[in-house]
Structures are given as structure tokens and as C-alpha cells.
Design a protein around this ligand. Structure first.
Ligand SMILES: NC(=O)C1=CN([C@@H]2O[C@H](COP(=O)(O)OP(=O)(O)OC[C@H]3O[C@@H](n4cnc5c(N)ncnc54)[C@H](OP(=O)(O)O)[C@@H]3O)[C@@H](O)[C@H]2O)C=CC1
Ligand SMILES: CC(=O)C(=O)O
Ligand SMILES: [Mg+2]
Length: 769
């Protein structure tokens, strides 16, 4: 089998394997007991029925209507496959349902209707209004789609949108604005060829006119050729796009000197020669599905100065309504809009266009296996997997609905709405977002000891772009610049320091280090040599106030990295040990694990020290720590070294820190399950809520536990956060990902903010004495 037939077979298998099709219905309420079923169905279900009968608006309160959209087609214009009938359209409609769900958490019933009669179609859809919060019309051919949509919008009181018309117009409108900006073209000057005069083409062209394109600069084609006033087969709608030009008969004529080609017709109708004949810096949106009007590679090979986009996901610049419909309906449903109006559409266009100009989150690069997406010829609009779409586009649409008076519900707390939108995607990393926001309030200078690696440079670019930190890069200047060039990283006027070239500074640092360690076996000669090591040099920069925090460890083992920092910076006053803590982002919320990195087999007193360090550091994140000291025993149920030392640690903690919420020794399930704890150990001071901080009896148990949770439990691990240092130093795990490095920088910035504030406080106190 060749590659293409392989792919076709893969697509068939994808749909037929296991449960056929792509979607299913999932209950949202418990169904475990007889009681649950009594409430879910008869007799319990009668209660919400009666409430709704009394007040029909209560249907939004007691049923799934508010989040349910109908994707309806009659199969007359299925992608570019033509009128293949309602059954054959079902895979596409299920596909739209799947996209609604994964991108915007909207539930969909796909309805394939067996009629091509406008009245019948309209009557069916209208009769479904009680069921749905919105109607997405799909793949209905022109011209009937216009009449159907017009009537349904007028006669229904829920949002109705024909996605092929308006979804496509919104996305391609945003893409056109950005493509023109990149190619240096003005919308009111561009010469445009539109191939196709159907649902999508007519609506898209109307949108382009509203964005500034001049009607006299548009030439449109249908299957019978160019639209001219002389044609007697055109309805009123198409006639408005008839060209006055007399020099155009074929598509090839129209393409000569054109700035933009918009294809919403059928596959492979544009040739490379036509592309060659276009104006300088041409723009091609070949949006027919599944085969674009011209193959991506053919068009790119024809012109170096081209911006090329298709409707497909396997090439750069996917101009496809998938970027719009999930978020447009999300915003409309959330304010219970009665319609999707022009204001809402324009708001979506602007939101999408603007998003493409902002720095791309690392998760998007990773999702597409691209190193550095940025606004330009190969990135004119956001990628569908960009989770910012839901916050940016849905809130723009919801806001426009409220401002234009079609909303029946008003949003006042937009931050809370953002959080709600993100949590719909299972993206409940609120703590991480809060931490990023805190870091951004007072960015700090972070020195990266291993700046000659792509991952560090990428992370440095992200934290710089996001305003979290000002990076300082240590390493060979030429090597660092080469990696930046090769990966198109742009860190502006970032400070790059090669310690090997900094003779004077190295000398000063060496003298300082020698003074500190001369009675511990270090000679001045050795100190001078050590300062060429970037971990020593970086630690000295922090110690001398030339940077606020040091990040290292990506390429070396933990002990080698942490040693220079301990020798040069040392531990906080009154603290005689350091410890490592992980923040685990779990489905049930954040949980802190310690010690996972430094103390191999801590004594009872050492466990107390670790607990105190963790408690303080967690409190700095505005979280009240609820601490469980873990063992394999519960409150004396077992004897042995581990239960005894953990029990002793809790005794000391209760005695010395009466305000700390801490208990143990206990097993991990009791720590995390309040019901279990209350049923068996009612006296526990931890009762009420699960612990959010777990103290492990040994390094081995803590380290194994966090790695298991990360791998099997799917938790995100942020750390190890080094606790107890006088100044912020954070050591990465060998081989950390870019995202993990960015998270560590965020932690380091917050750490630096706290430590700077503390030292300012201390100096003030000293001055006032
Ligand atoms: N990327 C995206 O997001 C989207 C892409 N599309 C794609 O756009 C295309 C059209 O969809 P839609 O508007 O819904 O369908 P319609 O059936 O409403 O319109 C199709 C139009 O294309 C014209 N056409 C067909 N073949 C040719 C040809 N060889 N040369 C010139 N014109 C031709 C038809 O002409 P006539 O009127 O004479 O029959 C008709 O005007 C499909 O390929 C679809 O997949 C659609 C929506 C979104
Ligand atoms: C993308 C889409 O809706 C279409 O091709 O019809
Ligand atoms: Mg479609």
C-alpha cells in the first residue's frame, strides 16, 4: 500500500475501531445506587419537570440545554465532497461535535436531516428549539443555506449560525488582516480573486468588504466561470459580486497581478503558473477541504514571497472554521445570547487576529513539535490547539453580546469567567497562573548557568516575553548566539557573560570565595580556577547582588550543582539545612511533597526542620499548609524506626509550633481522605480537609512517590524547589523540559521577591535601632 492509501485505511479504522463513530453520551450525575436512579428518573425527575412547566426558563437550570448545541446538516455540501446525502455527512457532523467538546466543552447532538426542502428543514429545526442552547448549521449548500439561516435566525430565540458562512468568514477575515500586514498590503488596495460562489465564498467576501476590501477589486468565480453582469444564471446574491472588468474570462486571467486568492470551491483548480503570475508578495488561502485548490508544497515552490494557507491541519497556516465555532458558541451560550450578531463576529475576528501577534505558549510549540512559532509568513493565525483561544475569543464574543444587547445573562467578574473557561479544558493550574501573575508584578534578574543549551534559551525567551524575569546568560557568547540564530530565538539586548573572559570579575569573586573557604582546604589558586565554572560564577553573581537568582542543573547532577551555591551563598540565618520540595499539580488540586531531593534519611529533628522550611515557603504562595507527616503506621499502630521518628517529629512540631496545622504519623490515604481520617481518628488535628503538604520519612519514599504520581497519576511536577538558602538558587532536574524550566524560573522570581523584601525589612530594622 502506498502512503495515501495507508492514510485512507487509517481514517477508516479510526472511525470503525471499537465503538463505531466518534462520540457518545456520558451521564453527569451519580448513578451508583437505587437512590441515585430514583432521583435521576421516576419519581424524582417529576420535580424538575413541574418547575419547568411553571417557568420555562428553568429548563436552563435543571437540564443540559444551556450547554447543548445541535450540529445540523442535510448533507448537501459536505466539505468539498458535494451533495453526498445526510448519512454520508454524519462523520463530519460527529467530527464537529468532537471539536466542540474538546475545544470548548460544549455538548453536541449531531442531527442529519433527510430533506432538501427549505420549509421542511426550517420547520424541523424550529421544532427542536426546546432541546438546544444553540444551532450550528453545517454543510448545507448555497443558495438554500442563506434562506434557511435567515428564517431560523428570525424565528428562533437561541443563537443560530451557519458555520461554513460565518465561522469561515471570521477566521479567514482575521487571517487576511494579518497576512496583508505581513506582506505590506492595504486591505482597501488589494486585488482579490475568489474561487467559489457558494455559502462560504459569499459570506467570506462580505466579511472582507466589511474589513475594508473594495468590491470593485474582487473577481469571483463559480463552476461556470467568472461572475459577470451578462450572466443570466445568477441570483441576486451572486450578482452583487459580478465584476465590471471585461479583461477576465478565465481564472488564469484573473490571477495575473492579483494580490490575494481565496479558494472556497474544489480541489486542485489552481496551477503553479497562476501563482507565478500573481503580484509581489501574494497571499493564497486555498480553503477547499479535504483537497485545497492548490497543493501547499506546489504553491510554496512556485513563489518564495508567498503566504500560503489551507484548510488542512497538516500544513502551516490552517485557515479553518475550527478556530471559531467552538469559542463563538461558548461565548454566546455563557451569556445566553439570543443571536450571534455582527458585533460578536467582528469581536471574534479581532481577538483571533490579535492573538497571533502575541508570544506563543510553549505548550503550543510542543503540541506541533515546532521550536519557535512566531507571527510571520508561516504563522498568520493561532493554531487550533492553542488553549488561549477559549479565553480570548469566547470572552470577546460574550462581551460583544452584552454590549450589543443580545445577552440574557451578564458577566461582571471577567477574571472569574476566564478561570471558568480554563477549568472547562481541565486546565485547573490556577496556582501556576497565580504564581506567574505574582512573578510578573516584580520581575527579577535570573542568571542561567547553562545558557548554551536550546532548552534554557527557549525558557529564557519565554520568561522574558511574558515579563516574568530578566534573563542573564552565562556561557560562550558565540555558541549561545549560534543556538539563538539556528532556532530563531530573539532575546533582544539580553546580557551574555562568558566567565572565562571576565578576568577582573573572576579575580574578585575568587578572593571572596578564598576568604570564605581558606580554612576549609581551598587555596587562592583553586578558587581562581573554580570561578571559570559557571555554577561558581553564577552563585557569586547572586551573592554580590548582580543577579537575583540562579538557575542551573539541566546538564549536571544535583549534588555537583548545589555544592557551589551552598559554599558561596549558604543557608539562611538560623537554618542549618536545606531541603527540596515538589509542588504536584494534581486533578484534586496542588499538593506539596518533601523532602524529595536532599536529606536521605532525616532524623526526627531533621524532619521538623524540613517541615518548618516547607510550611514557610508554602505560606509565601498564599496557601495555608495542612501538613501530614507520613509513615506506614497510623498514630502508633506500628513500631519501628520510621513510625517512631515520624511520631517524635510530630510531637516536637506540636510542642514548638502550636499554630501549625500538622499531624501524624499517618498513612498517605488517611492524610488525603478526610472521611477516612474522621471515621477512624476523630481526634486528629488535621480533620476536616485533606492535607496539602506531605512530609515523607525518607528521601527514597518522597522521591518514588512524586515520580509515580507524575507518571501514573498524570500530575505535573514543579520543582525541586530548594528551601533554606540565604539567596534564591534553584536546581533543575537533569533533562528538565522547557515548561519545567519556565516553572522553576517563576518560583525563583517569587523566592527572590520574598527574600529581597525580607532583607529590605531587616536593613530598615537595623537602621532604626
Ligand atoms: N476551510 C474552511 O474552514 C472551510 C472550507 N470550506 C470549503 O469550501 C468549499 C465550498 O463549501 P461551501 O461554500 O459550503 O459549498 P457550496 O456548495 O455552498 O459552494 C461551493 C461553490 O464552489 C463552486 N465550485 C465548485 N467547483 C468549482 C470549480 N471547479 N471552480 C469554481 N467554482 C467551483 C460552486 O459553484 P456553483 O455555485 O456553480 O455550483 C459553488 O459556488 C468546500 O470545499 C468546503 O470544504 C467551507 C467552509 C469552511
Ligand atoms: C471546514 C468546513 O466546515 C468545511 O470544509 O466544510
Ligand atoms: Mg463545513
Amino acid at each position: 500500500m502506498n502512503k495515501s492509501s495507508n492514510r485512507k485505511q487509517d481514517a477508516l479504522n479510526y472511525h470503525s475501531n471499537g465503538r463505531p463513530g466518534k462520540i457518545q453520551v456520558v451521564p453527569t450525575k451519580p448513578t451508583n445506587s437505587q437512590r441515585d436512579l430514583t432521583l435521576a428518573y421516576s419519581p424524582g425527575v417529576a420535580e424538575p419537570c413541574l418547575r419547568i412547566a411553571e417557568n420555562v426558563e428553568d429548563v436552563y437550570k435543571y437540564t443540559a440545554k444551556s450547554n447543548l448545541v445541535a450540529v445540523i446538516s442535510n448533507g448537501t455540501a459536505v466539505l468539498g465532497l458535494g451533495n453526498i446525502g445526510p448519512e454520508a455527512s454524519k462523520p463530519v457532523m460527529e467530527g464537529k461535535g468532537l471539536l466542540f467538546k474538546i475545544y470548548a466543552d460544549i455538548d453536541v447532538f449531531d442531527l442529519e436531516v433527510n430533506t432538501q426542502n427549505v420549509d421542511e428543514f426550517v420547520n424541523i429545526v424550529k421544532a427542536l428549539e426546546p432541546t438546544f442552547g444553540g444551532v450550528n448549521l453545517e454543510d448545507i449548500s448555497a443558495p438554500t443555506c442563506f434562506e434557511i439561516e435567515r428564517r431560523l435566525k428570525a424565528e428562533m430565540n437561541i443563537p443560530v449560525m451557519h458555520d461554513d458562512q460565518h465561522g469561515t468568514a471570521i477566521i479567514s477575515g482575521a487571517a487576511l488582516m494579518n497576512a496583508c500586514e505581513i506582506q505590506g498590503k492595504k486591505l482597501d488596495k488589494i486585488k482579490m480573486v475568489v474561487n467559489g460562489a457558494g455559502a462560504a465564498a459569499v459570506s467570506c467576501t462580505k466579511m472582507y468588504l466589511s474589513l475594508g476590501v473594495k468590491k470593485e477589486n474582487v473577481v469571483m468565480f463559480d463552476i461556470n466561470g467568472v461572475l459577470t453582469p451578462q450572466r443570466d444564471d445568477l441570483d441576486e446574491l451572486r450578482m452583487q459580486f459580478a465584476t465590471q472588468r471585461t479583461d477576465v474570462t478565465t481564472l488564469a486571467d484573473a490571477m495575473k497581478g492579483a494580490d490575494v486568492f481565496v479558494g472556497l470551491s474544489a480541489g486542485n483548480v489552481v496551477t503553479a503558473d497562476m501563482v507565478v503570475s500573481m503580484a509581489k508578495n501574494p497571499i493564497i488561502f486555498a480553503m477547499a477541504n479535504p483537497e485545497p485548490e492548490i497543493n501547499y508544497d506546489v504553491a510554496k515552490a512556485a513563489r518564495k514571497d508567498i503566504i500560503m494557507a489551507t484548510g488542512r491541519s497538516d500544513f502551516p497556516n490552517q485557515v479553518n472554521n475550527v478556530l471559531g465555532f467552538p469559542y463563538i458558541f461558548r461565548g454566546a451560550l455563557d451569556v445566553r445570547a439570543t443571536a450571534i450578531n455582527e458585533e460578536m463576529k467582528i469581536a471574534a475576528v479581532k481577538a483571533i487576529a490579535e492573538m497571533a501577534k502575541k508570544p506563543v505558549p510553549e505548550a503550543v510549540n510542543l503540541a506541533y513539535n515546532i521550536t519557535n512559532l512566531k507571527f510571520g509568513r508561516d504563522y498568520i493565525i493561532p493554531k487550533p490547539m492553542d488553549q488561549r483561544l477559549i479565553t480570548e475569543v469566547s470572552s470577546a464574543v460574550a462581551r460583544a453580546a452584552i454590549e450589543s444587547g443580545v445577552a440574557r445573562k451578564v458577566i461582571t467578574d471577567w477574571n472569574a469567567y476566564h478561570e471558568e473557561l480554563l477549568s472547562r479544558l481541565g486546565n485547573n493550574n490556577k496556582l501556576l497562573r497565580d504564581m506567574t501573575n505574582k512573578a510578573k508584578q516584580e520581575p527579577k534578574r535570573i542568571v542561567f548557568a547553562e545558557a548554551d543549551t536550546y532548552k534554557i534559551l527557549r525558557a529564557a525567551q519565554i520568561v522574558k516575553d511574558e515579563g516574568v524575569a530578566t534573563p542573564i546568560l552565562l556561557g560562550d557568547v558565540e555558541r549561545i548566539k549560534k543556538i539563538m540564530r539556528e532556532n530563531e530565538l530573539d532575546l533582544g539586548d539580553v546580557q551574555i557573560i562568558d566567565p572565562k573572559l571576565e578576568t577582573e570579575r573572576r579575580q574578585e569573586f575568587a578572593e571572596y570565595f578564598f576568604k570564605k573557604r581558606q580554612r576549609r582546604g581551598i587555596t587562592l589558586y583553586e578558587a581562581e580556577k573554580l570561578m571559570t565554572d559557571r555554577n561558581y560564577y553564577g552563585a557569586c553573581m547572586v551573592q554580590f547582588g548582580e543577579a537575583d537568582a540562579l538557575i542551573s542543573g539541566l546538564t549536571k547532577n544535583y549534588a555537583t550543582t548545589v555544592k557551589p551555591a551552598l559554599q558561596i551563598i549558604g543557608t539562611e540565618e538560623g537554618v542549618n539545612r536545606v531541603a527540596g520540595m515538589y509542588l504536584m499539580i494534581t486533578e484534586k488540586g496542588p499538593v506539596f511533597f518533601g523532602d524529595t531531593t536532599i536529606n536521605v534519611n532525616p532524623t526526627a529533628q531533621e524532619l521538623v526542620d524540613i517541615t518548618v522550611l516547607m510550611e514557610r515557603s508554602i505560606a509565601q504562595l498564599n496557601i495555608k499548609p495542612r501538613i501530614a507527616v507520613l509513615s506506614y503506621s497510623n498514630f502508633g499502630s506500628n513500631e519501628g524506626e520510621i513510625p517512631e521518628k515520624t511520631r517524635e517529629a510530630v510531637r516536637i512540631l506540636h510542642e514548638k509550633y502550636p499554630d501549625m496545622i500538622v499531624d501524624g504519623e499517618m498513612q498517605a490515604n488517611f492524610a488525603l481522605n478526610p472521611r477516612l481520617l474522621a471515621e477512624n481518628f476523630e481526634f486528629s488535628t488535621l480533620n476536616g480537609k485533606p492535607a496539602n503538604t506531605l512530609i515523607f520519612p525518607t528521601l527514597e519514599s518522597g522521591n518514588i512517590a512524586y515520580k509515580l504520581l507524575q507518571e501514573i497519576g498524570g500530575a505535573e511536577a514543579v520543582g525541586p524547589i530548594l528551601l533554606g538558602m540565604k539567596k534564591p538558587v534553584h536546581v533543575l532536574q537533569l533533562g528538565s523540559s522547557v515548561r519545567e524550566i519556565v516553572n522553576m524560573v517563576t518560583i525563583a522570581v517569587i523566592d527572590a521577591q520574598v527574600k529581597c523584601a525580607q532583607s529590605a525589612d531587616q536593613s530598615k530594622k537595623r537602621r532604626s535601632k
